[in-house]
Design a protein around this ligand. Structure first.
Ligand SMILES: [Mg+2]
Length: 441
């Protein structure tokens, strides 16, 4: 990997910030399980003594309370990172990721799930941000220009080989190799398809739902999403309102955010079926593989989607092996970072299941677009039935905010992963001492 920095450059600090946005004040982001989220970031900065002055930025996303716990977990990884050679990390991000994941003491807190795994993901993603900045490329392109062998080297195949071997992964990547340049050109030209959740938050009035739904179609989105699961009567009325607003040619997905038991999910969705929901997202517990399989079997042809709370590649493996999902929803900040998401993209490709990432929150759109674009160029080779979630919140806080045009994510051009926030935002929304919070608390 190219770099103007001296070989001796070291990681000098891993800084962690607790940054929270008071989004609950406007019911933006309200759903059946999260009625009052304050979108928050446990934000990490890797600093180095390289002369290039580059830093690695990333975040773990939370919804407010507990963001300090997430930040503490990230800080617990500092001793693994500070003092390491920047060159060595950037030359083998797979080895770096495995060294964090397999810490023999910290892994007791998981293994590979929950707060500690999200902390690992944030640090691993910050290292990818740093490596891509040093290479002068956005992460999607940095990944898309790696050889199949280098990409396979990013993946931890432990616990995967009954579903996906490293040789099968290599075959998938080699098969996609010939078309890479053509697909990069298409991405640069028209971007990657997006869908919007903006119209469908539970806290919005029917009038606002109808207006925002019509605006979404006018803006070029081919799919909108509604939150459901709080009141069946309300959901039937909202689904009818949205269907009338957008007509028959636009897909409407619904998202229950884990609200139901299995039988309830099936009954509830049968009531919404006349309005032709395209997928039901998180119908029940994200750990319930057999439950998702039962919901899928009962509701076909309505598709079943999950992933934003799926803890790791092993659970994704089982969801795919059990035929429990039609759509895999990766999240940039839930699992162990870019490396584990490469594994999940490869698993989805092996099983022929489309990936439609979860995004929104704060910074999730900025990060996850890189993974879908890489998937298109170098893994699945297609955007058919694939869309990245888009929510128009909080992008103004980012140095390289997502850009949407005609219902597509435009390919990021700046080097890195996109999670870097403006210094002013980090200061203003610092919890609890930044001015936004000291005025409220
Ligand atoms: Mg969701």
């Amino acid at each position: 990997m190219s770099s103007a920095a001296p070989v001796s450059a070291r990681i000098t600090a891993l800084d962690v910030l607790d940054v929270r946005f008071p989004t609950s004040e406007h019911l933006d982001g309200s759903d059946a399980m999260n009625p009052e989220p304050d979108y928050s970031a446990a934000y990490v900065i890797l600093r180095t003594d390289a002369t290039d002055g580059l830093e690695g930025h990333a975040l773990a996303f939370t919804t407010g309370r507990g963001n300090n716990v997430q930040a503490a977990a990230i800080a617990a990884l500092a001793s693994h990172v500070v003092g390491l050679s920047v060159e060595e990390i950037c030359a083998d991000l797979g080895a770096f990721s495995r060294s964090l994941v397999h810490d023999p003491q910290l892994r007791w807190l998981g293994p590979e799930k929950g707060v500690i795994h999200m902390a690992t993901g944030a640090v691993v993603n910050a290292a990818w941000d740093l490596a891509a900045k040093r290479a002068g490329k956005p992460v999607w392109r940095f990944l898309s220009e790696m050889s199949p062998e280098e990409l396979v080297g990013q993946v931890d195949f432990r616990w995967l080989s009954d579903a996906l071997t490293s040789q099968e992964a290599l075959d998938i990547l080699r098969r996609a190799e010939p078309g890479r340049q053509k697909r990069i050109a298409r991405l640069l030209e028209r971007g990657y398809p997006a869908y919007t959740t903006t119209p469908g938050w539970l806290g919005y009035s029917d009038e606002k739902l109808a207006r925002l739904s019509r605006e979404a179609v006018a803006d070029g989105f081919a799919l909108i999403k509604l939150k459901v699961g709080a009141s069946l009567d309300d959901d039937i009325r909202r689904m009818r309102t949205a269907r009338e607003a957008v007509g028959d040619g636009v897909r409407i997905a619904v998202d229950a955010n884990q609200r139901w038991d299995v039988a309830e999910a099936i009954q509830w969705m049968r009531e919404l079926a006349p309005y032709r929901p395209y997928w039901i997202e998180e119908p029940t517990s994200p750990d319930d593989i057999l439950g998702h399989a039962a919901v899928r079997e009962a509701l076909s042809p309505i598709k079943v989607a999950t992933g934003e709370h799926v803890a790791n590649r092993v659970v994704f493996k089982q969801l795919l092996q059990a035929g429990a999902v039609d759509i895999v929803q990766i999240d940039a900040a839930r699992v162990g970072g870019v490396n584990e998401n490469i594994a999940i993209l490869l698993l989805a490709a092996k099983f022929g299941v489309p990936v439609c990432p979860h995004a929104g929150g704060v910074g999730l759109c900025e990060m996850v677009q890189h993974l879908s674009m890489f998937d298109y160029v170098a893994v699945s080779g297609t955007v058919e039935d694939r869309v990245i979630e888009y929510v128009d919140h909080l992008h103004e806080h980012f140095v390289d905010p997502v850009r949407i045009g005609e219902g597509h994510y435009l390919a990021p051009a700046l080097p890195g992963l996109g999670a870097e926030m403006h210094q002013a935002s980090l200061k203003e929304y610092a919890y609890p001492d930044g001015p936004v919070w000291s005025a409220r608390l």
